[in-house]
Design a protein around this ligand. Structure first.
Ligand SMILES: NC(=O)c1ccc[n+]([C@@H]2O[C@H](COP(=O)([O-])OP(=O)(O)OC[C@H]3O[C@@H](n4cnc5c(N)ncnc54)[C@H](OP(=O)(O)O)[C@@H]3O)[C@@H](O)[C@H]2O)c1
Length: 268
């Protein structure tokens, strides 16, 4: 048995991981979600596949996370092989603004940065710490953070992607936290990775590029790093690519920020 826990498992990439992994009865899949409100498709799948365990928790609350880890521990007898930190969002409406437009808007800037740091960085550190004792006893010993190309300096510099300030800062900050965990935990054989999923056809992607004009602006920027990219990839394809990278993760690559192709260049 290989045990996997995935945050943000109701929709999009998170649900894609659950669908893929639960096909194999040798996997135990823990779907960590914040609410059953959006979990209809996940609940339907869990009704058919007995290796899916749905756990409602709050990743911004370490006490609730400890309780969630205790529930996983009951099923696995005290271990977890792979933790996937997938839950994430781009935060307030001000995400469309470039940094200099926040001059004179202190409250808006505090919210733009603060909300994203809370949701995409602090919550992930809480989650890693609450599940670490289970990972220590696991066979795989892997903690994977689903990052974003917009948290990469070179991608941002070349594309000219000046918006999504708080989101990008929070993803870049969490990439560093992932490296810190890697350096601390290497002596125990625990491996961490920040992993970009590519551009994936989820609700989050549609919210940004659903408008044809915005989609064209995005494509013009993305073509500066990859002239061939023509739109978001299907969830199934992105998940299969990421699982290949996760399964191939060794101590030599622990703490890196890799693309879904397993390198540091092919963002699409
Ligand atoms: N799609 C892309 O092209 C793309 C590109 C780069 C990076 N990513 C990253 O990939 C990850 C998954 O994104 P997605 O495209 O699958 O997004 P999505 O379709 O919007 O799904 C997001 C999932 O995360 C959950 N979630 C969001 N904020 C949360 C919070 N504060 N606490 C708990 N759960 C939360 C949502 O739960 P609810 O159902 O309860 O809302 C949902 O299950 C994110 O970290 C995102 O930054 C995606």
């Amino acid at each position: 048995m290989v045990s996997w826990a995935i945050t943000g498992a109701t929709r999009g990439i998170g649900l894609g991981f659950v669908k893929n992994l639960s096909m194999d009865p040798n996997n135990q899949v823990f779907a960590l979600i914040r609410s059953l409100g959006t979990a209809g498709p996940l609940e339907e799948l869990a009704a058919q596949r007995k290796n899916i365990y749905i756990i409602v928790t709050d990743i911004s609350n370490p006490t609730k996370l400890d309780e969630a880890a205790a529930k996983v521990s009951k099923v696995t007898a005290g271990s977890l092989d792979v933790l996937i930190l997938n839950a994430g969002s781009a935060g307030p409406d001000t995400a469309v603004l470039p940094p200099s437009t926040f001059h004179g808007k202190k409250e808006a800037l505090d919210l733009e940065i603060g909300e994203n740091i809370k949701n995409n960085l602090l919550s992930n550190i809480y989650t890693m710490n609450s599940f670490l004792h289970l990972i220590r006893s696991g066979a795989e010993k892997k903690m994977i953070f689903i990052s974003s190309q917009s948290g990469n300096l070179e991608f941002t510099r070349i594309t000219g992607f000046s918006t999504l300030l708080g989101y990008s800062v929070s993803k870049a900050g969490m990439n560093m936290a992932v490296t810190k965990f890697a350096t601390e935990l290497a002596p125990e054989g625990i491996k961490t990775l920040a992993l970009s999923p590519g551009w994936v056809n989820t609700d989050a992607a549609k919210a940004v590029t659903g408008d044809p004009e915005i989609r064209k602006v995005m494509l013009d920027m993305f073509h500066k790093v990859d002239p061939k990219v023509d739109g978001p990839a299907p969830i199934e394809e992105a998940v299969a690519n990421m699982l290949r990278v996760i399964r191939n993760l060794t101590e030599a690559d622990s703490g890196k920020f890799l693309t879904h192709h397993g390198d540091e260049e092919q963002w699409f």
